[in-house]
Unconditional design. Structure first.
Length: 394
């Protein structure tokens, strides 16, 4: 973002009296074009990808780092920049092998393993990386998409580097499956696993991303706040305190910042107070999961989670919670209960044993608790839940 744009944002915020100037700049699921404080890691990854500068596929390389270290942001930013240099100007999907520019083309892109539910969705995601035209969402089969991908890469001077993000999370696309699906074009494709650990049996190179140090996290928060908040909305002491609390995890820091900004806006405050930050920090579970995990779920599951976060679910057994959620939605209590167990198995919510025995069965009942930041989730989710009166939740 250039200086003129920063000035324009500040002028706009003053005229509108808004504490949040640009929500995307605060969001923990939005990556900046140039990650703050990650220059050395970007250089290491460029070293690993060096063969692309000679028109060749790079050897296998994984990008790993602890939660909140910015692995996704680093790969996304670098791949976007490399696309500007190597992808050429011709990106129509085409089904012929001669469409496009005459020179060599290398595409770079990321597939979010959280959002891949089938071979169809995977092929569609990869095709979207190498085409500027919309890829059909329906009306064609998986085999047709695979054929289009093969045709698109059926030239010796065309290749694609595909990052498989979040490959190591529960029920996401793993690297082995991605390799199987890309086997017809494996001579033109290199896969870059991105996550907290290497794939099982990994024998390639690895670029390790360290957790943020406190002063680096201060820079990250300051950068986001300077573009996302009105001038003077957050003092530097609060930034340092937030960075120390987050302990190297940028996701937790940004989720708390985002939640505090939402609370301040709802209170019609002109700055983020300590009470806003304190409440927002308490909303970020210790050893929790990225809010993107919840946002990547199908809409029906998000609907259940939206209502769950609205309820006082403390010390209430799952069956009661399911009944309460069903009463505020079009789902049955049985379906909601099944969803809650499924989401607990996926690690998005946590089952918490209750001390009082279940009189009906003699079993120890359990409640559920979100493992993601609920303030950020509620503000970012696109899901709405029909109330008992048929009015959608705003």
């Amino acid at each position: 973002m250039d200086l003129q744009e920063r000035i324009a944002r500040r002028r706009s915020s003053r005229r509108g009296g808004r504490i949040i100037v640009d929500r995307d700049q605060l969001s923990p699921v939005v990556h900046r074009p140039e990650p703050v404080g990650r220059g050395p890691v970007l250089e290491q990854l460029l070293d690993a990808l060096e063969p692309v500068f000679d028109g060749e596929l790079p050897p296998p390389v994984a990008v790993v780092g602890p939660a909140g270290s910015g692995t996704s942001a680093i790969v996304t930013a670098l791949f976007d920049a490399l696309n500007g240099q190597f992808s050429g100007s011709a990106r129509s999907i085409g089904t012929t092998t001669r469409a496009g520019a005459a020179g060599p083309i290398t595409w770079f892109g990321t597939v979010d393993g959280r959002r891949i539910e089938s071979p169809f969705s995977f092929y569609r995601a990869v095709l979207s990386l190498i085409s500027s035209e919309p890829v059909p969402e329906s009306g064609i089969g998986t085999e047709e998409l695979r054929t289009r991908l093969c045709n698109r890469l059926d030239r010796p001077d065309r290749r694609v580097i595909v990052a498989i993000d979040h490959h190591d999370e529960p029920e996401t696309l793993d690297v082995g499956r991605a390799r199987d699906l890309l086997a017809p074009v494996d001579a033109h494709v290199a896969i870059v696993p991105v996550g907290q650990r290497e794939p099982d049996g990994w024998d390639g190179a690895t670029v390790t991303v360290p957790a943020y140090r406190d002063h680096e996290l201060v820079d990250v928060i300051t950068d986001r706040a300077s573009t996302g908040l009105a001038a003077g909305a957050l003092d530097h002491g609060a930034v340092r305190e937030l960075a120390a609390w987050a302990d190297g995890n940028a996701h937790d820091a940004l989720a708390a910042l985002f939640g505090a900004a939402v609370l301040a806006r709802e209170a019609d405050a002109d700055r983020i107070e300590h009470s806003h930050l304190e409440t927002a920090r308490a909303d970020v579970p210790e050893n929790g999961v990225h809010v993107g995990r919840a946002l990547a779920l199908p809409e029906t599951r998000q609907q259940v989670l939206v209502t769950l976060t609205d309820l006082d679910a403390t010390d209430r057994p799952i069956r009661e919670i399911a009944t309460a959620i069903a009463a505020r939605s079009s789902l049955t209590a049985g379906t909601v209960k099944r969803f809650l167990y499924e989401l607990a198995d996926r690690g998005v919510i946590e089952r918490v044993p209750l001390s009082t025995p279940d009189r009906g069965s003699g079993r120890q009942p359990s409640a559920v608790s979100p493992l993601f930041p609920t303030l950020a989730f509620q503000a970012l989710t696109a899901a709405s839940v029909p109330s008992a009166t048929g009015i959608d939740r705003a």
